[in-house]
Design a protein around this ligand. Structure first.
Ligand code: NDP
Length: 293
């Protein structure tokens, strides 16, 4: 068996086109476009690239983009004040504070200060709790993108055995909640899990969100399973540019899986697409409108 590749790039483009349509419809009803504010503190090059592409995608979707790029000397209280100002700004529907923050700033405090209805990253405890209790929530973008790809591939996930490897608040835990919401039978594995290979080999769905290059081996995968590889790991190469690989040994896993996301080109493009979607959803909810399609 050779697995099909799940094309996250194409799926991401489709989601962003639908969001752009939704943006135009929202603007007609609300008299203003949805707005996303990004906050970047410091000079971390990877974070700067992420934030720039988020700003570009926001503008491409027809939304208002408010970019706040602050020096890494910014104090915690200055950042908290900016978040408070964005909470109060009626043009802003979504607030994204790019993580990680410089070490002198308490990330938890900053996330807790974001107005939950504008928390388009879905990291606020209010949104995590709402997701866990089955209420409307803003859900973290990466797991939301993974779920979109899984449903596009498999349709109904009801009764399927799913293993999520990783239990971070950003990916693993919300992924497990989403799969539970789709009536999958969910196992969450982590660094203390015993016999991970055996746990993975039972699963119809494997979501790997670990951050360890090619840790999940091909022969662990149950024949016919669907594999979503969230990991982004850079391996050194002779030319110094490095090579991106996932948490799954892709070349091995294609021999066992039914479908698998490549790295890059799988989950990554879905994350930004879902950020756009979350901002559109937040704008609708804040304006008292039903969620967009
Ligand atoms: P974290 O480091 O926060 O979490 C990693 C998880 O993996 C932890 O729960 C950890 O367990 C678990 N883990 C570590 N080692 C092992 C092991 N040997 N066996 C089983 N589980 C293990 O990472 P994130 O969740 O933030 O990110 C995971 C990966 O996804 C990273 O590569 C990151 O770059 C990528 N990522 C990609 C995104 C995208 O857009 N494509 C977005 C976000 C992340 P424990 O809790 O016990 O320590």
């Amino acid at each position: 068996m050779t697995a099909s590749r799940i094309d996250g790039k194409a799926a991401g483009v489709a989601v962003r086109e639908r969001v752009a349509k939704g943006v135009r419809a929202f603007e007609q009803r609300a008299g203003r476009p949805p707005g996303l504010a990004t906050v970047l503190v410091g000079e971390d090059p990877a974070s700067a690239v992420y934030v720039r592409s988020k700003n570009r995608a926001t503008a491409e979707a027809g939304m208002a983009s408010f970019a706040h790029n602050l020096p890494d000397t910014t104090s915690e209280s200055e950042l908290l004040q900016l978040v408070a100002d964005l909470n109060a700004d009626k043009r802003v529907d979504g607030i994204l504070v790019q993580l990680p923050l410089p070490s002198h700033i308490d990330e938890k405090k900053v996330i807790a200060t974001i107005e939950p209805s504008k928390d388009v990253d879905g990291f606020h405890a209010m949104n995590a709790g709402r997701l866990a209790t089955g209420l409307d929530a803003l859900v973290p973008c990466t797991p939301l993108g993974c779920l979109y790809l899984l449903k596009a591939e498999l349709g109904d996930l009801s009764g399927l055995d799913a293993v999520v490897i990783g239990r971070s608040n950003i990916v693993g835990k919300p992924m497990a909640q989403l799969l539970l919401g789709e009536n999958a039978t969910v196992t969450i594995a982590h660094s203390r899990t015993r016999n991970l290979e055996e746990v993975v080999s039972r699963a119809d769905i494997v979501v790997a969100a670990v951050g360890r290059p090619e840790m999940v081996r091909g022969h662990w995968i149950k024949p016919g399973a669907t594999v979503i590889d969230v990991g982004i790991n850079r391996l050194p190469t002779d030319d110094g540019k490095g090579r991106l690989v996932g948490d799954v040994a892709f070349d091995e896993a294609v021999e066992f899986a039914r479908a698998i996301t490549p790295v890059p080109g799988g989950v990554g493009p879905m994350t930004i697409a879902m950020l756009m979607r979350n901002t559109l959803v937040a704008a609708h909810r804040r304006a008292g409108l039903a969620d967009p399609e």
